[in-house]
Design a protein around this ligand. Structure first.
Ligand code: SF4
Length: 312
């Protein structure tokens, strides 16, 4: 069976062994984040639709889950914003009713939680990981470059409202872009939002792969520790370096070999590797991070985007 909407299991630094479910065609999103690993948003929208046929998604999920793979999570993630998928609750219901042994997780930018229907559609998901990159409107527009109908105030209020209705775990992700959302003023505003959202955990992240723009740089380890010290929460995790993923149980030496063989033939962009190997963009991204960290491949920005080449 050829899979179009399911990928992995992938080694996820946050979710262990994660089976990805991609409900949105690339690159459809309500944001166009400067740090996005999936490249520029080509369809910037807040319109919810059945972007891919539900029956095909369920058929693929059934095909994999009936083999009883070892998984920590079935995760809605992929090349866009999963809550834009209007039938997401039916996917969760399918997993709960047919494979109750598996937990579900949602990676979301949280931008649509101001919509009551979206909040209702996500209530049965076990772990929700929304982003809260910025609380100031100027910072929000610079980092997340949202659809014109969205503001930081509306988005963050929506996430806080979701907290009051949802009984599962919320792990709030904050992506640090040095010079924009790490000022004392902005951290103060973010702290005010954290107090309203009351997440179970905060995951602090910074760039580990080239983003959608070339000027963005990661925050170094010391800066990340400093910021963690300023955030008011007692459960803050700083995202690990990609190389640690190679010890993850889901890490596949076969997949990293396929990617290495591909870039050994000629330098490739992420899109090239996806086309040549048939692997999912998110899956390729996870392995590229490890291979770069291990010094097996190098990355450099060229005319068509970031190119990966063998370092051997
Ligand atoms: S990082 Fe997430 S929210 Fe931001 S543009 Fe990429 S897919 Fe959309």
């Amino acid at each position: 069976m050829e899979y179009r909407y399911i990928f992995g299991p992938v080694p996820s630094r946050r979710l262990g062994i994660s089976l990805g479910v991609d409900l949105i065609p690339p690159k459809t999103c309500s944001y166009n984040c400067i740090y996005c690993e999936s490249g520029k948003t080509t369809n910037l929208t807040v319109e919810r639709r059945e972007y891919v046929p539900l029956n095909d998604v369920l058929k693929e999920l059934d095909g994999i889950l009936k083999t009883h793979p070892r998984l920590d999570f079935v995760t809605y993630s992929g090349s866009g914003e999963p809550t834009l998928y209007s039938r997401i609750s039916e996917v969760t219901r399918f997993v709960k009713e047919n494979y109750p042994e598996y937990k579900t997780a949602l990676l979301t930018n949280g931008s649509l939680f101001h919509d009551e229907k979206v909040r209702r559609d996500c209530l049965d998901i076990d772990v929700v990981i929304p982003s809260l990159d910025c609380a100031g409107e100027t910072e929000f527009k610079k980092v997340d470059r949202p659809h014109h109908s969205l503001s930081a105030a509306v988005v963050n209020e929506g996430i806080a409202k979701f907290r009051t209705e949802y009984t599962g775990q919320i792990w709030l992700e904050i992506f640090i872009v040095p010079g924009i959302n790490d000022t004392d003023e902005e951290i103060g505003r973010i702290n005010a939002e954290i107090a309203k959202i009351r997440p179970d955990k905060i995951q602090l992240n910074t760039l580990d792969r080239p983003g959608a723009v070339d000027w963005i740089r990661p925050a170094d380890d010391i800066r990340m520790q400093e910021i963690a010290g300023k955030l008011r929460h007692d459960n803050i995790e700083i995202a690990g370096k990609p190389a640690t993923r190679s010890s993850n149980k889901a890490y596949s030496g076969d997949i990293s070999d396929v990617i290495l063989r591909t870039v050994r033939r000629r330098p490739c962009t992420l899109d090239d590797i996806v086309k040549i190997t048939g692997l999912h963009m998110n899956e390729v991204n996870k392995y590229l991070g490890v291979l770069v960290a291990e010094g097996k491949i190098t990355e450099a920005r060229g005319e068509r985007g970031v190119f990966y080449r063998s370092a051997e």
